[in-house]
Write a protein that binds this ligand. Structure first.
Ligand code: SAJ
Length: 412
């Protein structure tokens, strides 16, 4: 039986760990959030946040003020341990996109000395198939007293509950989304479900750990493949002189067609990464998934070539790059195709680049940022890289006489 109010350690206080830790704390659990970043730990303990996500500041402040959330550099004994650490990729054995689960392994080793019989360990990080079982095996290795025997099941429970929240809507989706929980055994999945039910209003669906791991990878790969389809269409339509936005709008009038939107490429830390975990596990079979990744990764280069071609008619063109974030109405510049294109344009020395990112303030130093008004006034070429609301509202009169390259269909 699950204690209704638990002591919970959350390993990793990033985009998933911090919202989850704060949410659990506001539901009355006692939560210790652990991170190796001392600045992050101090910031959170003062009731503030070190990352940007709508409403997260309010949630963290209330969790810290309630006394139920504290951040720390080291874990302590608890009922449940949640691992929410990064799982990037790395080059390994000739594969440049091999999953890197070293942070998960390190977090498991860190909590091992603090474990007691009856504890529950939950992996939230998006992980290659087999990682949850690997956690169980590391614990058995480091803590033989907690390993399962032929006669009795494991005295600790291990499950995977992949995060599914959309950056920009994390707090709402944390509560409302359905969750999948895969246990290394049935008891583990059931125990994890009881915890998630204390804050999750969505359905909670139980399975084994490998299926849960694959489900998460498949969700993001599904989106990647469908965006690749849209991106491929945009390149075909350019060649054939067809407006891809009109085309997609019309095709989507069919009751069983729902094409996604093309863009300058796929950014963020998930969709451009996770499909490679499937490719690494089944390289021969995952042909479509690999090709979709290649199509999306190639799109920024295609955009760059288009800008270079359009620049040729000018002696020293001023190129206005509208948007740097990886998607609309956020300020997250990491793994952003818009950043990649703007950087490459500056490096190529094609003309004078004036970049505008309304969601980023003075802290950005890599190259100068300009006000939208100045960019609109001075640019010969306007390149839309992100569909921020500010760009949708631009008076079309101001666009006359300019060469427009709209990768997002803002002015479709
Ligand atoms: N994009 C397009 N066209 C589209 C949709 C998106 O070009 O029609 C681009 C975006 O501009 C962006 C990238 O794809 O560059 C990814 O954006 P996104 O909004 O599709 O997804 P993320 O990366 O912010 O979050 C995804 C979500 N996964 C799915 O929707 C299946 C989220 O639910 C996951 O929790 C998250 O990955 C994660 O952490 O794995």
């Amino acid at each position: 039986m699950l204690k209704t109010k638990q002591k919970i350690v959350v390993m990793g206080l990033g985009y998933i760990g911090l919202p989850t830790a704060s949410m659990l704390a506001t539901k009355g659990h006692t939560v210790v959030g652990v991170d190796i970043n001392e600045t992050a730990v101090n910031t959170i303990n003062s009731g503030k946040i070190h990352i940007i996500e709508p409403d997260l500041d309010i949630l963290v402040r209330s969790a810290v003020n309630s006394g139920n959330l504290k951040a720390s550099l080291i874990p302590e004994e608890a009922d449940t341990f949640i691992l929410a650490v990064p799982t990037p990729f790395k080059a390994l054995d000739g594969n440049p996109k091999s999953p890197d689960i070293s942070y998960v392994e390190a977090a498991t080793r860190t909590i091992a000395p603090f474990l007691n019989p009856g504890n529950l360990i939950i992996l939230e990080s998006t992980s290659p198939v087999g990682t949850t079982e690997r956690i169980r095996d590391i614990i058995s290795e480091l803590r033989p007293d907690l390993s399962p025997s032929a006669h009795s099941p494991s005295p600790v429970f291990v499950a995977h509950c992949p995060e599914r929240v959309l950056p920009g809507h994390i707090i709402r989706e944390l509560v409302d989304n359905d969750r999948i929980i895969g246990g290394v055994d049935k008891a583990s999945a059931e125990k994890a479900r009881d915890l998630y039910k204390t804050f999750c209003n969505g359905g909670v669906y139980l399975t084994d750990s490998k299926t849960a791991e694959m489900a998460k990878l498949v969700e993001n790969s599904f989106r990647d493949v469908n965006i690749a389809f849209a991106n491929e269409l945009s390149m075909i339509c350019y060649k054939l002189g067809i407006n891809v936005w009109e085309l997609i709008g019309l095709a989507n009038k069919h009751p069983r067609v729902n094409i996604l939107q093309p863009g300058p490429g796929v950014g963020g830390h998930c969709i451009a990464v996770d499909p490679w975990f499937i490719v690494a596990s089944a390289p021969e079979e995952a042909r479509l998934i690999r090709t979709a990744r290649e199509v999306n990764d190639a799109k920024p280069h295609w955009v760059l070539d288009k800008v270079k071609a359009k620049s040729e008619r000018f002696k020293n063109p001023v190129i206005g790059c509208l948007g740097l974030a990886f998607k609309a109405n956020i300020d997250d510049l990491r793994e952003s195709p818009a950043m990649e294109i703007t950087r490459d344009l500056i490096k190529a020395g094609v003309g004078r680049v004036m970049a505008c990112e309304p969601n980023v303030n003075g802290s950005f130093e890599e190259f100068p940022l300009y006000d939208l008004g100045d960019v609109l006034k001075e640019s010969d070429i306007l390149l839309v890289l992100v569909d921020h609301d500010e760009f949708k509202e631009i008076d079309r009169e101001l666009l006359k006489e300019k060469v427009l390259i709209d990768t997002r269909g803002v002015w479709r």
